[in-house]
Design a protein around this ligand. Structure first.
Ligand code: NAD
Length: 697
């Protein structure tokens, strides 16, 4: 019996059932059905004494077939639980032979076999928790019976894979095979038959672990505390607890119930959405299929300040050499010392060995001379945010860089097309916008200029993967995706202060919503002087008098944030905790009285509504203008660059969840208030989707 993805062959008295459905033997209907038929055939054949179930070198099975989610085939019989029961109840011994990945449903399937053998480096795990779920085909009931409650819980709650070698000597892995897996597995199966070993059904194993109950008590507390916004980890613990207190079938039923409940939870929806969003963001539909990537082996970075140092570390970590340029030796030394200090801190935490620190530092070549970039494949500038300085730098690069070198700017706001025009090769220019701290934050906005060549864009997207960033393509506009939206968010937060709220109330409401940090704490951290200087410059450029906002009054009083010991909050020496400050309250009160504003009471719900809907509204404009290709790209920007809570899936998914008509109604109401800024008018795309009963996603 052979199907397109399952073959059943005979090696003497052993039937070998092989799964072969690229890329990773996802357990779709076709594969499940093929295994069930092959199993029937092997059991019906009197000559067969034992059965080996195996996959490919790359994968025993990576788990459920994600392309089947939500489609009729997902539940079509035999479903995974039925198939596992068929294996477990087979009257002839079944040996799972495991190489490559054996994850999720794949591991659950393997645990349905009576015995398991594996290559030492096969990767075993139950990653469902990472999608806000728990293993739904017996994983929580079988794994503890094989390796004990504590080890099983660590695997199920972390979702992280573990090498098969770690389980040598436990009933999870009966033998590690050296050499050819199949030869070893067939030999093992023959030995089982020769010794007349009883069939070991995992469901019948007794948990001999007197400490299990105490451990579970401890786990409930720590797991609940460490993942307050996600229900799945605690549900995993509860499901594992059934192993002790309930018969197997009852445990299986309760596991299934919890799985179905989690599948419908907003948190799991958000995590599954983000999983798909990251894959979608990497796809650039309008790039020609034959786009050839350029080779990036040597990188140049200009500016060894806050950003340049962090950007450099990304490449050193990936084993690429970096030439780092500054204007003065002193600045160069300081930048290098900061990089070394960061690595040494990682070393103290045990994350790097002393040798690794030296290896990485050896990859940097410091220079004061643009000639050092002659053989660079990519140069990223992170100099002052000033067009005249950018012009100097790009003209210098144009003069020294080899043809085909990619020239990138880390600018936060400036026009990439103008920057590209400083060179004679605008097709090789783009924005690579990192986030601070650049060696830590996962987001990279890849800013595509009007002239940027497809190969340049594709090369940088691939490079982003290599340095482990989540790359999102943005078009050119003031602030690109993230900072352009942030401007509206900041304006909404300031508006609340003017109207009657205090910074600590606004921050608390947004942090309660889940933002990593409220906007005023964030402002104090980044420095209020930057915005102040920008507003002064813009007023001067427009030839109008400055109309100071509260933040300007703070700056006029020398309060630039943490770096001056006070901003929206005050700070005690050597302590970064923000303390509410009566001085700020007085400045705010003065501002209100100058403007004739009578403060009103503002609740947490209103704070969240205004600030988050301001993001959504600007996001809708960005989408309509094609600055972002998908709503999910915008969400990735906010999740990975701006501390938006993962369990809500990003501002655009949040808006979908709240219901777009509700968002539009609130925006209309705010826009109708006396003196409201025109930006509160709901974006046409938002209105259109709401009226059509559609969502962003
Ligand atoms: P920074 O002031 O910390 O560092 C700038 C460095 O560039 C300084 O060390 C300076 O000596 C050097 N420099 C200036 N002109 C130079 C030249 N002509 N040649 C070589 N070196 C020169 O600034 P930063 O915060 O690292 O910002 C750099 C760029 O990154 C700006 O465009 C900024 O908008 C952008 N950016 C900053 C952040 C952030 O959070 N700080 C985030 C994203 C992007």
């Amino acid at each position: 019996m052979n199907t397109a993805c399952v073959t059943c062959q005979f090696d003497g008295d052993t039937a070998v059932i092989t799964m072969n459905k690229p890329p990773v033997n996802g357990l779709g209907f076709e594969l499940r059905d093929g295994i069930a038929r092959a199993l029937d055939q092997a059991n019906a054949d009197a000559a067969v004494k034992a059965i080996v179930l195996t996959g490919t070198a790359k994968a025993f099975s990576g788990g459920a077939d994600v392309t089947e989610f939500g489609k009729p085939n997902q539940l079509r019989e035999p479903n995974l639980r039925v198939l596992i029961a068929l294996l477990e109840n087979s009257p002839k011994p079944v040996v799972a032979a495991i190489a490559g990945v054996c994850l999720g449903g794949g591991l659950e399937l393997a645990m349905g076999a009576h015995f398991r053998v594996a290559l030492a480096d096969a990767s075993l795990g139950l990653p469902e928790v990472k999608l806000g779920l728990l293993p739904g085909a017996g994983g929580t009931q079988r794994l503890p019976r094989l390796i004990g409650v504590e080890a099983a819980l660590n695997i199920i709650v972390s979702g992280n894979p573990v090498a098969a070698l770690r389980f040598k000597g436990t009933p999870l892995i009966d033998a590690i095979i050296d050499g050819d897996l199949l030869t070893g597995a067939v030999a093992f199966a023959r030995q089982v038959v020769a010794e007349g070993r009883p069939l070991r059904r995992v469901r019948d194993l007794q948990l001999g672990d007197p400490q299990a109950e105490a451990f579970l008590q401890f786990a409930r507390k720590t797991v609940a505390a460490s993942s307050p916004n996600f229900p799945a980890p605690l549900k995993c613990v509860e499901a594992i607890a059934h192993v002790i207190s309930k018969p197997f079938d009852e445990g299986l039923r309760l596991e299934r119930e919890a799985f179905v409940a989690l599948m419908g939870s907003p948190e799991s929806r958000a995590l599954r959405y983000v999983f798909a969003a990251e894959r979608a963001a990497a796809k650039l539909p309008d790039l020609p299929a034959d786009t050839r990537l350029r080779t990036i082996a040597k990188v140049g970075v200009i500016g060894a300040g806050t950003m340049g140092g962090g950007i450099t570390m990304n490449f050193l970590n990936a084993g690429l050499s970096v030439t780092l340029l500054e204007t003065k030796q002193e600045a160069l030394d300081k930048g290098l010392a900061t990089i070394r200090r960061n690595y040494e801190n990682s070393m103290k935490k045990g994350k790097l060995t002393p040798a690794q620190v030296e290896q990485r530092m050896a990859l940097v070549t410091p220079t004061l001379d643009f000639g050092g970039f002659a053989d660079a494949d990519l140069v990223i500038e992170a100099v002052f945010e000033n067009m005249a300085v950018k012009q100097q730098v790009f003209e210098a690069l144009d003069a020294v860089c080899k043809p085909g070198a990619i020239l990138a700017s880390n600018t936060s706001y400036l026009d990439i097309d103008r920057i590209a025009a400083f060179t004679r090769r605008p097709a090789d220019v783009l924005g690579l916008h990192f986030f601070s701290p650049a060696n830590v934050m996962r987001l990279l906005e890849v800013v595509r200029g009007a002239a940027t060549a497809p190969a340049v864009l594709a090369t940088c997207m691939a490079l982003a993967r290599q340095i482990k960033k989540v790359a999102v393509v943005s078009g050119v506009c003031d602030g690109f995706i993230g900072n352009r939206m942030l401007a509206r968010y900041g304006a909404a937060a300031s508006g609340l202060i003017n109207a009657g709220a205090l910074p600590q109330q606004v921050d608390a409401a947004l942090q309660q919503f889940g933002m990593a940090m409220g906007p005023f704490r964030m402002g104090d951290l980044a420095g209020l002087d930057i915005g102040w200087a920008t507003r002064q410059r813009k007023a001067a450029e427009a030839g109008v008098a400055m109309n100071p906002v509260v933040a300007d009054k703070l700056c006029e009083a020398g309060r630039f944030g943490q770096k001056t010991g006070a901003g929206w909050y005050r700070y005690e020496a050597g302590n970064r905790s923000p303390l509410p400050d009566p001085v700020t309250e007085t400045l705010i009160a003065q501002y209100r009285s100058e403007k004739g504003i009578t403060p009103r009471a503002i609740g947490a719900a209103e704070v969240v509504e205004r600030c988050i809907y301001a993001l959504v509204n600007e996001g809708a404009r960005i989408l309509a203008e094609g600055i972002a290709a998908r709503a999910s790209d915008i969400d990735l920007v906010y999740l990975n660059g701006y501390g938006f809570p993962l369990h809500r899936g990003g501002p655009m998914l949040y808006a979908d969840t709240v219901g777009l008509p509700n968002v539009v109604r609130s925006l209309h109401a705010i826009a109708a208030e006396p003196g409201a800024d025109a930006s509160w008018q709901p974006a046409p795309l938002l209105v259109k989707l709401a009226e059509a009963g559609q969502t962003f996603n």
